[in-house]
Ligand binder design. Sequence first.
Ligand code: CP3
Length: 354
Amino acid sequence: MLSTNKKLLTVLNGQFVWPPPVWLMRQAGRYLPEFRLLRQQADFLTRCLTPDIAVEITLQPIRRFAFDGAILFSDILILPWALGQDLQFIEGRGPVLPPIQSEQDLQKLNPEQVIEKTEPVLKAIRRLNKVVNGSDTIGTAVAQSVTLIGFTGSPFTVACYMVEGGGSKDFATVFKMMYENPSLFGKIIDLLVQTTADYLCRQIEAGAEAVKLFDSWGGLLPVMLFEKYVIQPTRQIVDIVKNKYPHIPIIGFPRLAGTKLQSYIDGTGLQTVGIDQTADISMLNQIVNSKIGFQGNIDPLCLLHNPSMMKQEIHNLCIELKNRPHILNLGHGVLPTTPVEHVYELVNTVRNLK
Ligand code: CP3
């Protein structure tokens, strides 16, 4: 159901809104003192899997900045964890998982467990839905204008972490498997297509009003593999979710896709795409159909280092994109050392656009 006071939902449904709605990737994070406080009390997985904590962290940036979108506090690696792959977040190193490198490793994963293991996440979504629709005690007028966003990683990006066993600059182990053992890599992608689509549907049933597929690493792929491992699996997920929930908007974020963005849009059927800060937005604006919504693409480093340049960039970007649905966001997540004042300046700049 489209509720007119939700600006973000309106834009996700293909309409132009001025000034554009605004939210930020990683808006709940270490740059917020109230997040750092909670961070001392529980490790990352516990924070994701305790509904009280996940709800609170999701709402922290909304209270401060009245963003138009509240993105569920969770992680793209919750799905591999729920499939049975161990997951640890190590300070200074990021996520660490025992890498999937053989058919036997893959066989150990069990999709049957996912529903039960992700129940705390769905519980958090149910609670957040009540908040953003004003029927919970912490609901406020501000909260009611907020759109609740659920998410997963894309199959390719999640497979990167599952196969590599963590983050990497070049995901060399993943490329080795794609070229040497495409059958095994294909099975991992197929498992992720089914479980991702199912998990997104469950998030929608729990109350997510829009969902986003984070594809942080698909842009690394050459065109042929991009088609096979990014576009096709994304299309399958979009078809499954849209078939069940035609009115729920889906945002795709194929980071670093560059000029492959056009084939991504054509091939996936997505209505709204996230754009990273390295993309040539004026060029994309000329070549991409103006019905397609763009989300982005202020440089997180500009937000961190130079708020006055950021203000100018916001003006330029929003004027440039006045011909299409646009959601103001960063090109990637808020960096942990970003001063909170700079984020206030970003939001005020957008809200005061004339
Ligand atoms: O955007 C939000 O505010 C919602 C929450 C969210 C997190 N991760 C919380 C998080 C979302 C949407 C993600 C997505 C995610 N996770 C992606 C895709 C987007 C991107 O950044 O490219 C990826 C690749 C991951 C995997 C991941 N999670 C890594 C590589 C790391 C370690 C590096 C880091 O940034 O700390 C994480 C940990 C993580 N996920 C943190 C948070 C707030 C930091 C953990 C902590 O504070 O203890």
